[in-house]
Design a protein around this ligand. Structure first.
Ligand code: NAD
Length: 445
């Protein structure tokens, strides 16, 4: 309506990585005027010229559309951001601190501090980054001491649940919105900033600041626990000759359990789950309630053991010795449909095999450039058959659709030995065995 248009806030998005670029582009597509801000001038230049600096299905098309509409621009200037925005979304990174389980909050602190200096009117600053509970309260103090007199700045939290690979859909049609607010005004501003999403019937949970911060930690801890739970069952299966895929299938028919995220395999990685569960247990310990989430240490340990077990299976198939074995590693990204290699189980396994003396060639449809930058010592390729020529063992580490569709006969014709470890239960064992392959998978006889 006219009324909605008149009251539509102008938005800035501070930090234009996987989360921020997606948020900025989608909000512009929804009809808002949006300014994206980042400290990385290269990223800003690429975005302004219509290039998404990472792999995310559907996003390049929407960036083109948003730039064409004139509703989206990107800048490195915080002064411009302060001038432009009514509602500012903070989407900068919160990685794990080196040598600690805690979250590194320096980017959040500096983004909010820098922005606050340039705020001149009544403004809402909304954190979307994943942060330890208590961060919003601390940032409120930073803003109060930094913003010029007369600028009436309030802080809110709106945790983000998007999944890489489905980021566009998750942003345009989220399962729910969570608003952590300290006033009715902040709630009203957030409702205005998400009006088109709320109008679709998206549930909104309005709560206080600490609860909103905790929702994200609790959600990711639950998901990580579900994955590690079924992987713990895989360890038991390995000791008994049972089959974890049939076990998982049988569990999944119980609606109270459900099959999503109950997939056994190489386990979780990426820029979120591992560091988020660690930051959560670290924060709980600081608060004196570490015991409440001490199981997250076990969730993490189970997850790490899957990587070690995958290396062991490759060693077994290589005849007990990795030195000199030619291994083709299918996958580098932490999951399919992403080029994100942060804490990627696939690359962790590939690197460990390489360190043990194997000759490893890594294949990935999207993540080879990122992987090569991080681990220049490994060999890389994009063509499966070319890379696998002469291989002693093939190991599937990321379940890209193109790997699921590999023809075992075609691959069998080029390898030196038909031996495959399926780290993601992505292949049909019967089909591969029928084609003469020695097929091994985690948690399966
Ligand atoms: P990212 O590393 O891709 O992006 C972070 C961006 O922030 C980078 O472009 C960096 O240049 C920029 N930046 C750093 N300091 C800055 C500053 N002071 N001012 C402006 N920009 C600055 O990280 P990401 O994956 O987008 O994650 C961002 C946050 O969102 C994290 O807290 C993460 O946990 C959370 N999150 C991520 C996802 C996801 O799927 N990637 C999902 C939900 C939540």
């Amino acid at each position: 309506s006219d009324d909605t248009e008149r009251t539509a806030p102008r938005l800035t998005v501070i930090g234009t990585g996987y989360l921020g670029a997606t948020h900025a582009i989608c909000m512009a597509v929804l009809g808002f005027d949006v300014l994206g801000v980042d400290v990385d001038p290269d990223k800003i230049e690429r975005l302004n010229s219509g290039e998404v600096p990472f792999f995310e299905p559907g996003l390049p098309e929407l960036l083109a559309k948003a730039l064409d509409s004139g509703r989206l621009r990107f800048t490195t200037s915080f002064a411009e951001a302060g001038e432009f925005g009514d509602v500012h979304f903070v989407c900068v990174g919160t990685p794990q601190l080196p040598g600690s389980f805690g979250a590194d909050l320096r980017y959040v602190d500096s983004a909010v501090g820098e922005l606050a200096q340039h705020l001149r009117r009544r403004t809402l600053v909304v954190g979307k980054s994943t942060v330890p509970v208590g961060t919003a309260a601390r940032l409120t103090e930073i803003v109060r001491s930094t913003a010029p007199a007369g600028a009436d700045v309030e802080l809110a939290w709106n945790p983000e649940f998007l999944r890489e690979g489905y980021a566009v859909d998750d942003t345009l049609r989220p399962d729910r919105l969570v608003f952590g607010v300290a006033s009715e005004w902040a709630e009203e501003r957030l409702r205005a900033a998400f009006a088109p999403v709320i109008a679709q019937g998206t549930p909104v949970v309005v709560t206080d600041l600490p609860t909103s911060e905790l929702v994200k930690a609790a959600a990711n801890s639950f998901l990580a626990t579900k994955i590690s739970y079924i992987n713990a069952m895989a360890e038991i299966c390995e000791a008994t000759g049972a089959d974890v895929t049939a076990l998982a299938q049988a569990l999944a028919y119980d609606d109270r359990i459900g099959g999503r995220f109950l997939k056994p395999g190489l386990g979780f990685g990426g820029g979120c789950l591992p560091k988020d569960i660690r930051a959560f247990s670290h924060r709980a310990e600081e608060l004196g309630v570490g015991q409440a989430v001490s199981f997250l240490r076990e969730v993490d340990a189970i997850n790490q053991r899957r990587r070690a077990r995958t290396v062991d299976l490759v060693r077994e198939l290589a005849g007990g010795e990795l030195a000199g074995a030619r291994v083709t590693a299918l996958g580098a990204a932490f999951k399919p449909n992403s080029d994100d290699i942060r804490d990627a189980p696939a690359l962790d396994v590939a690197r460990t095999l390489h360190q043990a003396g194997a000759e490893v060639t890594v294949i990935d449809p999207a993540a080879v450039d990122n992987a090569r930058r991080a681990y220049p010592d490994l060999q890389y390729g994009t063509d499966v058959l070319a890379a696998a020529t002469g291989a002693d063992v093939v190991v599937l580490l990321t379940e890209w659709a193109e790997f699921r569709e590999i023809d075992p006969h075609a691959l069998g014709a080029v390898v030196a030995r038909r031996r495959i470890v399926d780290g993601r239960h992505a292949l049909d064992p019967a089909q591969w065995r029928a084609a003469g392959w020695d097929y091994r998978a985690l948690g399966r006889p």
